[in-house]
Design a protein around this ligand. Structure first.
Ligand SMILES: NC(=O)c1ccc[n+]([C@@H]2O[C@H](COP(=O)([O-])OP(=O)(O)OC[C@H]3O[C@@H](n4cnc5c(N)ncnc54)[C@H](OP(=O)(O)O)[C@@H]3O)[C@@H](O)[C@H]2O)c1
Length: 236
């Protein structure tokens, strides 16, 4: 099974990378990054790092690398993410980057070089913020612009899944992602309803990529329950 990973150098992406490598059916992991990642490239022979210099633009050579992928994780963004200065450029990054990736996957799956026997749905698992708002007409009390932009990308990605029968969008609503070793008691994490440990999130996402959950949205509670069960932890 071939998986594409965006954001492998980040907090969540690096845990997704670890869990992908533990997946027995993984044959190829294509990491797409804006820079060279030699320490990641040398981790495992199944990893290939591709540097994409201009994120909204996918040259034919990169589309060719996406061919035959069963799943793709989008884990770009985060605290280190620095949107560029004009709001127009920000729209291009926040909205156009994941849409361009989704369209490149769709192009790859319909490409003539895609072997017929791998022609099955490609799943696009999009890590979104739990506060994203899809209703563009709604007034929000805080971070209105950013939350609506996130919501707009989600809607557009779900629309792509409606339009293309071989493309599936899974919106991942992780809450506050905690480091594995974080000492917050498990009971408190559960009671908060908005937190999840990184290993549980990554395990749940990789399982969703491999086994599918159908197009739609997966919330923090479900991710945590699934992640715990997969890791053999007690489910509360
Ligand atoms: N952390 C949380 O608690 C949490 C909770 C829910 C959702 N999320 C969402 O999950 C996603 C990943 O979060 P994270 O905490 O893992 O973030 P992170 O540690 O800051 O990692 C961000 C990743 O995105 C890449 N990146 C950032 N800006 C980029 C750009 N302009 N062009 C290309 N690549 C870029 C980084 O690459 P470089 O190494 O090259 O900088 C890195 O691989 C974000 O969208 C975030 O909103 C996070």
């Amino acid at each position: 099974m071939k998986i594409i990973l965006f954001g492998a150098s980040g907090f969540i992406g690096s845990s997704l990378l670890t869990h992908c490598l533990q997946e027995p059916s993984l044959t190829s992991l294509i990491v797409i990054s804006r820079r060279q990642l030699p320490s990641i490239a040398s981790l495992d022979p199944r990893i290939k790092v591709i540097v994409l210099e201009n994120f909204p633009t996918y040259p034919e050579s990169v589309i060719h690398e996406l061919t035959g992928a069963k799943a793709c994780f989008w884990a770009i963004g985060g605290l280190k993410y620095k949107p560029v200065t004009t709001s127009q450029s920000e729209v291009v990054e926040v909205i156009q980057y994941p849409l361009a990736a989704a369209k490149a996957l769709i192009a790859a799956s319909s490409s003539t070089s895609n072997p017929v026997n791998t022609k099955e749905k490609t799943r696009f698992l999009f890590l979104s913020g739990a506060l994203a708002e899809r209703n563009q007409a709604k007034s929000l009390w805080f971070i209105e612009e950013g939350r609506k932009k996130q919501g707009l990308v989600e809607t557009k990605l779900l629309d792509l899944a409606d339009e293309y029968s071989d493309f599936e969008t899974v919106i991942i609503y992780a809450g506050m992602v905690l480091r594995k070793e974080n000492r917050i008691p498990e009971r408190v994490v559960g009671l908060s309803r908005i937190a999840i440990r990184i290993d549980e999130l990554a395990a749940a996402m990789v399982d969703s990529a491999v086994n599918g959950v159908g197009s739609g949205t997966v919330g923090n509670k479900e991710l945590r329950r699934k992640g715990k069960a997969l890791l053999g932890k007690r489910v509360d």
